[in-house]
Structure formats: structure tokens, C-alpha cells
Design a protein around this ligand. Sequence first.
Ligand SMILES: [Zn+2]
Length: 119
Amino acid sequence: MAVDRSLQDRRVDAEFLLLPDRKVQITFVDDHTKPIPPAEQVVTVTTGERSAPLKLVFVKTDSAFVSEQSVPAGNKFPVVVQIKANPESKTLVEKFTLDLSTCSGCGLAEYACTCAEGH
Ligand SMILES: [Zn+2]
């Protein structure tokens, strides 16, 4: 079971994961949720307090994009993820709340809760 959040549209499948050091990892996956090594995708995440939003800059690793900065301490920050499949493509925008409370139903963090998906 993945403890991340799926971001999907017709062209882009990606998974959002908050790492233990509170950096954000974005992993692109294929139709079978198999990770795809980073290529020409462009990733931007904005989060933190509404009064002082933090724009995270991403660097490529062998398997994913990882933010250079960490998400500030706290909970229930609004998150805006912007992803482009390549520099020329349309931007996919996904907004959600980074709720790190544990769901009583599935035991995952609320932001990655799978209950609504019928697990
Ligand atoms: Zn749940």
C-alpha cells in the first residue's frame, strides 16, 4: 500500500509523498503505478502558511523529483502542485490539504487516505 497521494490527469500520473525530513517527493508513474525515472517534467509545489507561502524548488534524483526545501513544521497546510509533462505542455494543477493526522480507517496520513477509494 502506498502512503502517498496520487495526482492524475490524462497525460500525467504522479505520486506526492512527504519524506521523513519533510521534503516533498514527486514520483511519476506509468499506468501500472510503476515509477518512471524523471525526464523533462517540470514540478512546482507551493505550501506553508497562507500568509507566507513557500515555493518549493525540485531537483531530480534517479527515481523522482525531491524538493530542496522542507515543508515548515505544522499541519494542514494547503498544497498546490503544478506539473508539466514537458516544458511546452499544459500545466496540471492539483490542490489539496497536507493533513498529516492519521486516518482511523486506513492508518495512513489523511492526505494519503485510501478509504474513499474503497480499500
Ligand atoms: Zn483512510
